[in-house]
Design a protein around this ligand. Sequence first.
Ligand code: NAP
Ligand code: MG
Length: 462
Amino acid sequence: MKAHDGMYIGGAWRPAAGTDTITVLSPADEQPVGEVPAGTVEDVDAAVRAAREAFPAWAATPPVERGALIGALRDQLVARKDEIAETVTAELGSPLPFSQMVHAGVPILVAGSYAELAATYAFEEKIGNSTVYMEPVGVVGAITPWNYPLHQIVNKVAPALAAGCTVVLKPAEDTPLTAQLFAEAAHEAGIPAGVFNLVTGLGPVAGQALAEHEGVDLVSFTGSTAVGKQIGATAGAAVKRVALELGGKSANVILPSADLTKAVKAGVANVMSNSGQTCSAWTRMLVDSARYDEAVALAAEAAAKYGSRIGPVVNAKQQARVRGYIDKGVEEGARVVAGGSEAPREQGYFVQPTVFADVTPQMTIAQEEIFGPVVSIIRYEDEDEALRIANGTVYGLAGAVWAADDAEAIAFARRMDTGQVDINGGSFNPLAPFGGYKQSGVGRELGPHGLTEYLQTKSLQF
Ligand code: NAP
Ligand code: MG
């Protein structure tokens, strides 16, 4: 794989301040696929300075022109679609067709949506005797995870640029090559020097330096709840804006009137895609007592069909973590009906597609984010109990409800403490706000709501 040995700062690839590097491994065969520099406090400082310097001119660029440049960036992503998919497959391990369709395809949609939104969003409104201007917050420090390497970057950078903010990105150490490709695309698109900057490196070094930098006005973080809490505390102490996209433990609620086969199959597919490494995955399947055994059999069959089609998880640590959760489930009395903790292959960070039955709501596997291909099926007696279980975690990111008609599903969904719910298999909408209730986060991404995160208001009275 292609790799740059520098940082993209102020419109050019520059040598890193230090000499440490990060070796990127293929999760499928554990072989090196590239090497990037490990950024230091000095690299972060240089990038933040470049972003600060570029901010006034970019903020003053008419939104229509910013939109045109984001459109050019989108076109550059289209031109690199195959290279992006191959790079994500190399560093994340996802099967190539999934990388093409989702990892490369979805960011193109999202970038396109912000090219349009920049041009059409109302950056000015009248309220009584006031004119309210929506102005960019300033320099954004974006810290992203590896699970959807390009999507997580575009989710932050595209709305930030549309708003008139400038950005310093610290991508995940496991997937920096995709981030470098994004920087190339931004460069080729003609995004002005300093408007977008990239510093590769480790979270506790480069990530922390970025979150703490006094030249950063807004920190946008996606990743684990543990790190998110720390970043929230740091930003709070400095009175900085912060957006946090954290974990989830979402419920797939199958009501008694629903088409069981359809709901179970969709639920298993939802968790297995990307090897379960999706924050919004419906990892808890809730089924009524009367149809519980039938659902378990259907889910076991659906999971077994994945066999070796499923990709690995991202690294050895995640593999050990996920296998540890499977062991914990067994220890606490849940019943494995498909898969198990044994590694399915000698090489690569693979985990078997696993289904647990007899899971009770308080078990560790029903409460904590596993981030692997593991579904827990939980029994409920009536709708009130289903709701209590669905809402009974610290998280509230996503979910699904299935019923014979939409009205019944909507009534249930309105009672769920969660940010996004798919009704009877509703499809992905790149404009719908995405983000969490409770400890799943602060703020929203995507569409106009995602753009608002990067704006602050100024009102003039007449
Ligand atoms: P993580 O450590 O929270 O990683 C997210 C990003 O934050 C990465 O860029 C990371 O850098 C950076 N980071 C780490 N420590 C930091 C610090 N002290 N200050 C600033 N930035 C820091 O997540 P992870 O370790 O990769 O995954 C652990 C668990 O988090 C997963 O098992 C899963 O449960 C959850 N997770 C959730 C999401 C989501 O979309 N909500 C995504 C990924 C993971 P490094 O890459 O160098 O660590
Ligand atoms: Mg980490």
